[in-house]
Design a protein around this ligand. Structure first.
Ligand SMILES: CCCCC/C=C/C(=O)SCCNC(=O)CCNC(=O)[C@H](O)C(C)(C)COP(=O)(O)OP(=O)(O)OC[C@H]1O[C@@H](n2cnc3c(N)ncnc32)[C@H](O)[C@@H]1OP(=O)(O)O
Ligand SMILES: Cc1cc2nc3c(=O)[nH]c(=O)nc-3n(C[C@H](O)[C@H](O)[C@H](O)COP(=O)(O)OP(=O)(O)OC[C@H]3O[C@@H](n4cnc5c(N)ncnc54)[C@H](O)[C@@H]3O)c2cc1C
Length: 671
């Protein structure tokens, strides 16, 4: 069967891998990106960008200072903006996403938060009077915006943000102020140097009464000179773990006045005479975060895919050691430990992207509902996206790090692209709500589901399985080799575990309450258990999504996806074996069975491993990895990459000349 990546001049080991493919890689790629047309469009964008001198990087960013990287990125951003329609349909979210990845990369660019949060916040939360004015200008990039919510002292607990917006009835303006050092906005992307506007989250005060966090549009810099306006202090927060080309910023506002219409008033409103009308759902003001959490899944699935591509291809071309005496050195991909390290990451990347597709459909349905005045889909979506955001970012981070280590010494080099990828990706565990905090949002929802299930009340989408009657004993290993039934048995076992953990966490919470603790204090005494239940529930959701996508996939790719799903489910069940064993739902014998099936899966997937990662269809530009390159010609490329290091511009470094040589000379003369 065809793997469409084979080309003359490629590393022979990689070609050999591609020849053992049992499916059509293009079919799988098309399935992953929604259609053959979408796949072709991605490729056209890649081809055009790769040939365009405006996007060439004579010196890799790895060897440049942060300022030089920002300059190079800003130059490319301008080219994307001015020439974007030469490359793609600029109104298509996925085409634009691909264009930006290809043209600019993943480390941040001047418009990341403008498109990622500033515009979505205005579109989702602002009223016509404001949007009519600002959105056309923002879309036309006459202005650039950031989303300034987090402060130096508070990020997680929005209720305690300190920035104030006080309504002045006399002038019909809000006065926006930063009352303390810890109230300074701190972290917002592109706030430091690029943006001249921001959506700023402030505590709303009317007639001395604190209403709570609301969003306001604030101009920060002069549209002509880009200098900060009077009363505004703004700058870059300094070097970070990654996102070097994003100017995450600080901001202090000294009693800045903005007109009443600058409050984002689609949901909550303040009338000219200062009467406050709450939104139809209390948390509609937090809608931008739900949007970002949902869409983060796609990016993090792709991040994990990148790492899996690099580690798999490199493991196919690297030969080291022998499995048996007297035979040539083997491809390191033949080691069972290497497969066990990498293959689950391939499966998880697919699972995350497939889950995203489900969530995207739910998100679109919720937005449609809100437009029609219905908010009933919001709580379920908020709960599951909070869990998914946390589980997926953590899972992808662990997976990338496994892939990096699986590349040995070269994985530690920036040439692999993996250290930088990890730095960028792992930020997702923190931003959009720290993971431990967001899991508690999911757990809170699970506690309500437990109560509803016990009372026989209806259960919403993500927790519907709480209503199923458990069989008491798992059917794992008792399905006589029927794969479909085996998959169902594993899903059932995971659902049983999630449900049991939720019920037990609920009982522990209740027990502490009966012991005299307040509900809130009791909650803090059981949060580890709550978050555990939330994680398992989220992993059930992902497993169901993956299963649904595989069982409805075209027959040509269903066999390979079924193999991948088998590996995913066996891995998930073994990884969560303690939860399956704890109440005797599964026996030790069943866990041993799952492990043996997992090792069989590794062998089954081996001939298709390279083709499965090829099907992610990430180009060499996107991968940005010497180790992961499509042609597999790694060693020469590694040497050429290292030659570009600024330390190699001269044979004798000035620092050596100035300090090290005189030191050696002095030491010699002492003898
Ligand atoms: C390329 C890289 C880009 C990176 C960009 C990064 C951007 C950012 O990071 S922007 C800043 C993001 N900040 C956060 O995510 C802050 C996290 N904190 C929160 O979201 C909230 O403070 C909270 C959800 C953790 C708690 O909010 P609070 O108001 O205190 O609410 P409660 O916990 O008491 O819950 C009350 C009630 O409301 C429900 N709920 C909470 N949030 C939402 C929501 N977004 N949508 C719908 N419903 C929500 C919650 O479930 C409770 O429901 P009930 O149990 O029914 O009362
Ligand atoms: C790369 C990056 C980009 C960002 N971009 C933006 C942006 O564009 N706009 C913006 O506004 N912000 C942005 N942020 C800020 C980000 O949203 C916050 O840092 C994040 O929400 C976490 O909040 P915090 O920093 O207050 O963490 P903290 O809440 O201080 O977390 C510290 C520790 O306390 C624990 N903790 C806190 N509260 C609880 C609780 N209730 N229960 C249990 N444990 C708790 C956490 O789990 C964590 O272990 C960005 C951050 C990063 C890293």
């Amino acid at each position: 069967m065809p793997n469409r990546c084979i080309k003359e001049g490629d590393n022979p080991d990689l070609t050999k891998e591609r020849k053992t493919c049992t499916f059509d890689t293009d079919e799988l790629t098309a399935n992953l990106y929604g259609s053959r047309n979408n796949m072709e469009r991605r490729r056209e964008i890649t081809k055009k960008i790769s040939a365009d001198p405006d996007f060439a990087d004579p010196i890799p960013h790895d060897f440049l200072s942060r300022e030089k990287c920002i300059e190079a990125t800003a130059k490319k951003t301008k080219a994307v903006v001015q020439r974007g329609s030469e490359f793609c349909d600029v109104t298509n979210y996925y085409e634009m996403l691909h264009l930006i990845n290809e043209a600019i990369g993943i480390g941040g660019y001047p418009l990341a938060l403008h498109y990622g949060m500033f515009l979505p916040a205005l579109e989702g939360q602002a009223e016509k009077e404001l949007t009519d004015d600002i959105i056309p200008r923002a879309k036309n990039l006459e202005v650039i915006g950031a989303y300034a919510q987090t402060e130096m002292g508070h990020g997680t607990n929005l209720r305690e943000l300190e920035t104030t917006a006080t309504y002045d009835k006399a002038t019909q303006e809000f006065i926006i102020n930063t009352p303390t050092r810890s109230a300074m906005k701190w972290w917002p992307g592109n706030l430091g140097k690029m943006s001249n506007y921001a959506v700023v989250t402030c505590q709303l005060f009317i007639d001395g009464r604190k209403i709570g966090p609301h969003n306001f549009l604030v101009q920060l810099r002069c549209e002509k000179t880009h200098e900060p306006l009077p009363g505004i202090i703004v700058g870059d927060i300094g070097p970070k773990m990654a996102f070097d080309t994003n100017d995450n910023g600080f901001l202090a506002l000294d009693n800045i006045r903005v007109p009443r219409k600058n409050m984002l008033m689609k949901h909550a409103k303040v009338s000219p005479d200062g009467v406050y009308t709450p939104p139809m759902h209390a948390k509609l003001n937090y809608g931008t975060m739900v949007y970002v959490r949902a869409h983060m899944l796609y990016a993090h699935g792709q991040f994990l895919a990148t790492a899996a591509i690099v580690a798999t291809r490199y493991s196919a071309v690297r030969r080291q050691g022998r499995i048996e005496h007297g035979v040539p050195e083997v491809q390191i991909l033949d080691y069972q430990t290497q497969q066990h390290r990498i293959f689950p990451q391939i499966a998880r990347a697919y699972a995350i992207i497939f889950t995203y597709m489900d969530i995207k459909d739910q998100y679109d349905a919720m937005i449609k509902g809100i437009a029609e005045g219905q908010t009933d889909l919001l709580p379920d979506l908020h709960a599951i996206t909070s869990g998914l955001k946390s589980v997926v970012t953590h899972m992808a981070g662990l997976g990338i790090e496994q892939c990096r280590m699986a590349c040995g010494g070269h994985g530690y080099s920036d040439a692999s692209g993996l250290p930088k990828l990890y730095g960028v990706q792992i930020g997702g565990c923190t931003y959009e709500g720290e993971n431990m905090v967001m899991l508690q949002q999911t757990a809170r929802y699970l506690m309500k589901a437990v109560a509803s299930a016990l009372q026989g009340k209806p259960l919403s989408h993500s927790v519907a399985y709480f209503g199923k009657k458990s069989s008491g004993k798992s059917r794992i290993g008792k399905e006589g080799g029927d794969i479909a039934r085996e998959h169902e048995a594993m899903l059932e076992a995971l659902e049983h575990a999630a449900c049991r953990l939720s019920v037990e966490a609920s009982q522990m919470w209740e027990k502490r309450g009966r012991g005299g603790e307040t509900k809130e204090r009791a909650w803090n005494g059981v949060t580890v258990e709550m978050n555990r239940a939330a994680r398992v529930h989220t992993r059930v959701f992902m497993a169901r999504s993956f299963h649904r996508r595989v069982t409805s996939s075209p027959p040509s790719i269903r066999p390979v996806l079924t193999d991948l799903l088998s590996l995913y489910l066996h891995y998930e069940c073994v990884d969560m074996a303690h939860h399956l064993l704890e109440d005797g739902f599964c026996s030790g014998e069943q866990i041993r069975y799952l492990k043996s099936r997992l090792y069989e899966d590794l062998t089954t997937l081996r001939p298709n491993a390279v083709s499965l990662v090829d099907s992610f269809d990430q180009s060499d530009r996107e991968l940005n990895s010497v180790l992961g390159r499509r042609d597999g010609n790694v060693y020469e490329a590694l040497y050429q990459w290292a030659r570009k290091s600024e330390l190699n511009y001269t044979d004798v470094l000035p620092a050596v000349q100035k300090y090290v040589m005189p030191m050696m000379e002095e030491n010699r003369s002492k003898l």
